[in-house]
Design a protein around this ligand. Sequence first.
Ligand SMILES: [Fe+2]
Ligand SMILES: [Fe+2]
Length: 198
Amino acid sequence: MTDKKLIGKYKTYIKEKLSKKRYTHSINVANAALELARRYGADEDKAYIAGLLHDCAKEMPIEEQLALVKHSQLDVDDIETKATPLYHAIAGAEIVRAALDIKDPDIILAIRYHTVGCGSMSLLSQIVYLADLISEDRDYKDVKKMRKYAVQSLDKAMFEAFRFSIKDSAEKGNLIPKSTFDAYNEFAAIMKRSPERE
Ligand SMILES: [Fe+2]
Ligand SMILES: [Fe+2]
């Protein structure tokens, strides 16, 4: 495991910035990401850190989040500047870089894409995306199904996650960034080729 002091510093940071409920969620996502990293052979330290910090900007004032989104050097879809719930992922990626001095691009991108996904997602990004959906505190209708998929097959779990996300967003009439469709199409293509498709 990475330097325990460093993990302690990150935990202190989010404890200050987040409500108790969201701090617990962050710890749960870190643990779920660590478990998935062990299962699928990703870097365990990076998975834990990215899971821990993925929502670090979620409770910042929305104008501050938007300012970080607007000034971000990261690739930002126009739609992401119009949907407030999406700001925190980009803002969070900027914050870990600036405030916590995290330079690892894999960690930064896993945080940046944890809400919308993207084409050619790295293994770490997939793990953090999924960990956020299956963490212990989650209790939406199909969470048990999603947890089952997560241990069976990462591809299947990601396919189901994007299928659900797109369907849900469309039903609510929300805007959907192109990168989410890119992710969905990639996993749908994998599932079409795969015999385990149900
Ligand atoms: Fe989030
Ligand atoms: Fe989250």
